[in-house]
Design a protein around this ligand. Structure first.
Ligand SMILES: *Cc1c(COP(=O)(O)O)cnc(C)c1O
Length: 466
């Protein structure tokens, strides 16, 4: 294939994409497939001879979409959204076209300087203090891992990088029991170890399910008394399970009193902070050292783009950065920021472009209006579900996420299965306080109030059929 043919097929692909998106409401949100079903459809020996694009494209159209869960379906209420506003998709096509590798300023000046600009834009949009800078990672998992590696090295005086961890002090991390599994992963992979990630119990009767700041303080004191070395506190704004929000002001005050760095995981809920009325959920965030949020979730930037804000990037650069001779910028070393030194991989995609397109084409007002609708509709759906016979809201809406159960565990599980088999909506489960519950999040970019109010309708219909 050459670039003339690419132009032809890109137009075909764009037309196909428009039709695909227009057809989503008529498709089941999740395909009815068993593991291995799809592989059977495409099983073939590796091609020796070239095949015509017509045949490859036809197979794609015939086989692939029906074997996917449609994340852009307006009735996708599972997990969290992975929105892809059309303008951000267009930017991804353009970034693909140039295929630049943005590891250094000089390998992609536009990508580099646009990254700085959109991080500043988002910092201001979220109401974070102007002293924060930041960078774009692929995922919140990587951002949190980077923050935890930085905590480790700060606690070790940056000696872990060279001496390794063997024989060193036993480091400790603290997070709420509601922390996302990426925090566990960071503890494990950083060499700190799962056993040294202390899960702090929740505060009694707190509708936001914050960790108890007094329990955090007590845990840190106990560790110090036992000769262990606290390294940092990881906080949640909008936990994945039920949307738990730690009391950032109180918990960061505890961390700061012990001289510990803090990292806030707001992967999902961070997007909502473009609307000032939601910022009470992370009051005190300005005291954090690091904050991550995923514009690729609720905000509308096509996957993947995760922004990490840093009060002072130097500790993370000291941890992550290496500058061998072959990566030096001759003559301008002191004038440039090379973001590979802030993040895990050397190679970097041009992710800033889709944020620039998204923010300019929707404007913050456009994005706020969507988010506000999602929150309002989630509350309405929760009220309608609460009014159904046998249904109980287990955790009320935090932003646009709530959980419910139906009669008992067996009935709840059977209902979830039936609802998802119907294909009309897609929901997923979690466990809360030992109970199996169904999660609902409202956040798909194109969903309407009617789409959201389909949830109680489908629940009632499927429950009646059980
Ligand atoms: C989705 C999510 C993550 C993980 O995000 P990735 O970008 O997929 O790594 C981490 N924390 C929270 C609270 C999340 O919702």
């Amino acid at each position: 294939m050459d670039h003339d043919e690419l132009a032809h097929w890109s137009k075909r692909a764009a037309d196909w994409a428009r039709d695909y998106h227009a057809s989503l409401r008529d498709r089941p949100v999740r395909p009815d497939l068993k593991p291995g079903d799809f592989r059977k459809l495409i099983e073939a020996p590796v091609p020796e001879a070239p095949e015509p694009m017509e045949a490859i494209f036809a197979d794609f159209v015939r086989l692939v979409p029906d074997a996917l869960t449609h994340w852009q379906h307006p009735r996708f209420f599972a997990y969290f959204p992975a929105n892809a506003a059309p303008a951000s998709m267009l930017a991804e096509q353009l970034a693909n076209a140039m295929a630049a590798q943005a590891m250094l300023w000089q390998t992609a000046p536009a990508a580099n300087e646009m990254e700085a600009l959109v991080v500043d834009w988002l910092r201001d949009a979220l109401g974070l203090p102007g002293e924060f800078t930041g960078t774009i990672h692929d995922s919140a998992t990587t951002a949190t891992f980077s923050a935890v590696l930085t905590m480790r090295e700060k606690a070790l005086g940056y000696e872990g990088l060279t001496a390794g961890l063997s024989g060193g002090p036993r480091l400790r991390l603290y997070a709420s029991a509601q922390a996302h599994s990426s925090v566990d992963k960071a503890a494990r992979l950083s060499g700190i170890g799962q056993d040294n990630l202390v899960k702090i119990p929740g505060r009694a009767d707190d509708p936001l399910h914050s960790m108890d700041p007094n329990a955090l303080d007590a845990a840190i004191r106990a560790d110090l008394a036992a000769g262990l070395r606290p390294a940092g506190v990881i906080l949640a704004t909008g936990g994945t399970s039920i949307g738990a929000c730690d009391d950032l002001a109180a918990c960061i005050a505890v961390a700061t009193a012990h001289g510990l760095p803090s990292h806030v995981d707001a992967a999902w809920a961070g997007s909502a902070m473009i609307a000032p009325e939601f910022r009470a959920l992370w009051a005190g965030v300005e005291g954090a050292d690091s904050v991550v949020f995923n514009p690729h979730k609720w905000l509308g930037a096509q996957f993947d783009a995760s922004v990490q804000f840093l009060r002072d990037p130097r500790p993370q650069i000291a941890t992550m950065g290496l500058r061998p001779d072959y990566l030096k910028t001759l003559g301008a070393e002191d004038e440039v920021v090379n973001y590979n030194e802030w993040t895990l991989p050397l190679g970097r995609r041009f992710r800033a472009l889709k944020l620039w397109f998204l923010l300019r084409s929707e404007g913050l007002e456009g994005l706020r209006a969507r988010l506000r609708n999602h929150v309002a509709w989630a509350r309405e759906a929760a009220e309608a579900i609460a009014a159904l016979d046998g249904f109980e809201i287990v955790t009320g809406p935090i932003l646009s996420l709530f959980t419910f159960r139906y009669r008992d565990e067996a009935a709840t599980a059977a209902l979830l299965e039936a609802v998802n088999r119907s294909g009309r909506i897609y929901l997923t489960q979690t466990t809360h306080a030992g109970r199996f519950v169904i999660r609902v999040q409202v956040g798909q970019f194109d969903c309407t109030r009617d789409d959201v109010m389909t949830i109680p309708e489908v629940l009632a219909a499927e429950a009646a059929r059980l």
